[in-house]
Design a binder for this molecule. Structure first.
Ligand code: IPM
Ligand code: MG
Length: 353
């Protein structure tokens, strides 16, 4: 099992170190991982002049799975668009065809107080957002800023082909089959033709899944329902941009974006796994970041790319146990629990494993 490790920027290297230690611990169980580290994002710009350098492209393409920390930071904000760290992330997603982004939002009972919503609204929350990741207005052409009648005009294109909608629809329905068998497709069909097609194709895909219930929701209402009554959702499927926004919103229902992993998969099951949070430049280098989302991302990798359900569950159970034992990094700390550094949290997980 060849894993390409991309620590990235900011807290990336610190949280990645703990996830790598967890994988190494599983190695002693007989799991054969080969890990190679490469650069992505701002650190790659600094070292190689590109946010997704060719050496990283070669390693990522040859790997069976990719584990990513986080990219970006104020240091690189003033660079031209094609040199920004975010371009490295968008580049690797597109290059490897990672069209299916799975973003679970799960509330751990021990962290119920961390949510800004009332505990009864979020207790037991378990949503899976399936976000299309390689299409939509993120990649649509034409795009840019042009001169028109003496003023600048900015434009982007929202575009989805039938095939792109079908394949992400299938991912959502398949995922629902392993859960509560409900899919809510989110669009803006009252205004945007592109998303009328989205809705039509979702209905067509649903014919192959009579055992799964499909519903539809307009994106503005979905944003509202997520904070009003989030437990009504099982799987939500949506396009790249709506999914970007709704997945951040959903993650905050759990009160701790530092806990949430994600997977971005291609059609063959190769995947890139990363925490849902960013590079947190404000605490980078301090050794206090929460490594659990990255460790849980490694667990998702074991499950989806390597079909190692048992090992994935062991890692997830270890994370649950350390939370139950009162281990907390600063982002999820509350009085009566034990505040820990990144390394101490990694040690705690390793101890349980
Ligand atoms: C995400 C991020 C990225 C996105 C940025 C960093 C390009 O917000 O993964 O959700 O918009 O997809
Ligand atoms: Mg985002």
């Amino acid at each position: 099992m060849k894993i390409c490790v991309l620590p990235g920027d900011g807290i990336g290297p610190e949280i990645m170190a703990e996830a790598v230690r967890v994988l190494e611990a599983l190695r002693s169980d007989g799991l054969k991982f080969e890990m190679e580290t490469a650069l992505l994002g701002g650190s790659a710009v600094d070292a190689a002049g590109s946010p997704y350098p060719e050496s990283t492209q070669a390693l990522a393409r040859a790997a069976d799975a990719i584990l990513l920390g986080a990219v970006g930071g104020p240091k690189w904000d003033a660079l031209p668009r094609e040199l920004r760290p975010e371009r490295g992330l968008l580049g690797i997603r597109k290059d490897l065809g990672l069209f299916a982004n799975l973003r679970p939002a799960i509330l751990y009972p021990e962290l119920a107080n961390a949510s800004s919503l009332k505990p009864e609204i979020v207790a037991g929350l378990d949503i899976l957002i399936v976000r299309e990741l390689t299409g939509d207005i993120y990649f649509g052409q034409p795009r840019g800023v042009r001169e028109e009648n003496g003023q600048r005009v900015g434009f982007n294109t929202m575009v989805y082909s039938e095939a792109e909608i079908q394949r992400i629809g299938k991912v959502a329905f398949e995922a629902a089959r392993k859960r509560d068998r409900r899919v809510c497709s989110v669009d803006k069909m009252n205004v945007l033709e592109c998303t009328q097609l989205w809705r039509d194709v979702m209905i067509e895909v649903s014919q192959d899944y009579p055992d799964v219930t499909l519903s539809h929701m307009l994106v503005d209402n979905a944003a509202m329902q997520l904070v009003r009554a989030p437990k009504q959702f099982d799987v939500m499927v949506t396009g790249n941009m709506f999914g970007d926004i709704l997945s951040d919103e959903a993650s905050m229902l759990t009160g701790s974006i530092g806990m949430l992993p994600s997977a971005s998969l291609d059609e063959a099951g190769k995947g890139l796994y990363e925490p849902s949070h960013g590079s947190a430049p404000d605490i980078a280098g301090l050794g206090v970041a929460n490594p659990l989302a990255t460790i849980l991302s490694a667990a998702m990798m074991l499950r989806y790319s390597f079909n190692l359900e048992g090992a994935a569950q062991r890692v997830e159970a270890a994370v649950k146990k350390v939370l139950a034992d009162g281990c907390r990094t600063g982002d999820i700390y509350e009085p009566g629990t034990r505040r820990m550094t990144t390394r101490q949290m990694g040690d705690a997980v390793l101890g349980v494993l």
